[in-house]
Design a protein around this ligand. Structure first.
Ligand SMILES: CC(C)(CO)[C@@H](O)C(=O)NCCC(=O)N/C=C\S
Length: 206
């Protein structure tokens, strides 16, 4: 019998898995110690590419060696831009990102964002943010700070820009105080990112 005449194999058009670009912002709350866990959990989501933008103060709370993705800080802006034709890092990052999650958002950076202050790489990325893209923020601060009336005003201001709050939770805080101010659990944050990306993915499919 003639040799098996197989049809020419279809060119394996592996559907390009759209990579979702997630930019994680981290600021100087003690909750930044959870950054390695948050990154590890986000990397479990298929199709995600993750980069991190840190403030200088946040560096105090985690070990950069435990972050397996690109970690940008203020100095990188100045390493990249030396002359007129060089790229501007905070603009490159706003273009690259499909979604941003700021975890933790400390009281200082909350105040900066609510007032448009952009004095570091992270606040510059957010100051230039494309409001058609999701931005999630996870406040974390001592209970006394959380309960100060200015906090609610500033959280409302961010929600007014269209950013999504992932609310802080009640816990015994590392300083011994008991009360609201702890960052949302990492699994809550990851689930929120998943849900938003699914909503977006569905919308792009429909
Ligand atoms: C650090 C962690 C995650 C341990 O469970 C929790 O205490 C927390 O989110 N704290 C953030 C609040 C904070 O910045 N407190 C600062 C002074 S009390």
């Amino acid at each position: 019998s003639p040799p098996e005449q197989g049809f020419p194999a279809e060119k394996s058009s592996s559907v390009p898995q759209k990579k979702y670009h997630v930019l994680v912002g981290v600021t100087g709350s003690v909750a930044a110690l959870k950054l390695p866990l948050l990154i590890a959990e986000l990397l479990q989501i298929t199709g995600l590419e993750v980069k991190v933008v840190t403030t200088e103060r946040a560096k105090h709370f985690y070990n950069a060696q435990e972050i397996p993705v690109t970690l940008y800080s203020d100095e990188d802006e100045w390493q990249l831009w030396k002359g007129r034709s060089d790229p501007v890092l905070h603009i490159e990052l706003r273009r690259w990102a499909d979604l941003m999650v700021v975890a933790p958002l400390d009281a200082n950076t909350l105040a900066k964002l609510a007032n448009g202050i952009c004095d570091n790489l992270l606040t510059c990325v957010i100051r230039a943010w494309d409001l058609s893209k999701p931005l999630l923020f996870c406040p974390a601060m001592n209970t006394a700070m959380w309960e100060h009336p200015i906090t609610a005003q500033q959280v409302e201001q961010l929600k007014g820009f269209g950013y999504t709050e992932i609310p802080c939770v009640v816990k015994k805080l590392v300083c011994g105080d008991e009360g609201r101010g702890a960052m949302a659990e990492v699994w809550t944050i990851v689930e929120s990112v998943k849900r938003i990306l699914e909503e977006r993915d569905l919308s792009t499919q429909s």
